[in-house]
Design a binder for this molecule. Sequence first.
Ligand code: PLP
Length: 331
Amino acid sequence: MPDAINLGDLYAARQRIAGIVRRTPLVPAEALSPLAGTAVHYKLEILQATGAFKTRGAANKILSLPAEVRARGVTTVSTGNHGRAVAYVARAAGCRAVVCLSELVPENKKAAIRAVGGEVKVHGRSQDEAAEIAFALERDEGMTLINPFDDPTIVAGQGTAGLEIIEDLPRVYTVLVPVSGGGLIGGIAVAIKAANPWARVIGVSMDRGAAMYESQKAGKPILVEEVESLADSLGGGIFLDNKWTFGLVRDLVDDLILVTEEEIARAMAFLLDREHFVVAWGGAVGVAAILAGKVKNLGENCAVLLSGTNVDSKRLRQITAEQADWLDTLG
Ligand SMILES: *Cc1c(COP(=O)(O)O)cnc(C)c1O
C-alpha cells in the first residue's frame, strides 16, 4: 500500500470541508435497540447535503485541488450519489462539473444531477462507454476525474463521519458501515481504530455481486459479475488496480457481512414504519444485518451508519406494504 492515511488527514479534511458538509447527528435507535438488546445509535448521513455521505469525500477532493486546476472543472462517471455530490460541491466551489452517464440511465437520475448544478453528458450503453467521455474531458480539457472511492483524499473526506461518531459516542464498541468500493468504511476505520483500537468496525454489503467481500476472500482485488440488484448504490467493482481501499479493509476492518435483498427491504420498511426515517437500499444494510441476527456480539454501544436517503417514494411505499405482515410479527 502507498503511504497510509492517518488521523491527521481526517482532521485536515474536516477543516477543509466545513461550510459545505454538514455535521450529522448520532441519535439513539429507539425501536431497534430493544430488539437488538443493546444501545444502538444511528449516524444520520441521510441528513447530509445531497442525501448521502458522498458529499464529504467530494468536498475534500475538489477543495484540495489547486485553484488553477479546479478552475478547469471536474468530471466523473456515476449514476447516483457520487455524481450528485460532485455536482453539488463543484457548484459550491464555483467550478464546472460534468457527470458522464450511459444511455440506459433513467431521466430522473439525470434530473437529480442537474438539480444540483451538474452538466450531464450521455454516451454509450454501459458505464465503461460513458467513462470514455470522462477520459476525453480529462485529456482534452484538463478537467479532473473524481474517483468515487479509491483515492486517499476521498477516503479522508468520508472518514470525517468517523471522527463525529467517536466524539458523540466515545465508548463505541461496534460500528456497522455499508460497503461497496470501501471508501466510506476505510475512512471510518482510520478514525475509529485510532481512537479505540479495541472497537470493532464491521462492513455490510448486499450478497449480490459483493466485490469487496469476494476480493478479501481471494486475497486480492477480483472481478465480480454484476448482478441486477435493487441496492444500486452498492453495485460495481473495486477496480482490479485498487490502490487504497482493498488494503484499508484488509488491515482495519474486523468483519464483512452479507445481507439479502429481502433483508434490506425489511430494514427499509422497519426504518420508515418504526423509526420514521427514509433510508435507501445501500443505506439500510447495517440495520438489515442486525434485524437478521447476523452481527455476533454487538457489545454495549453500537453505531450504525445510515448512508443515504435517495429512494423513489413510490417504491418505498410498495416495499413497506409488502413487508406489512413481517412488521406485524415484531409486535
Ligand atoms: C456509495 C455509497 C455506499 C458505499 O460507499 P463506498 O465508499 O463505495 O463503500 C453506501 N451507501 C450509499 C448510500 C452510497 O451512496
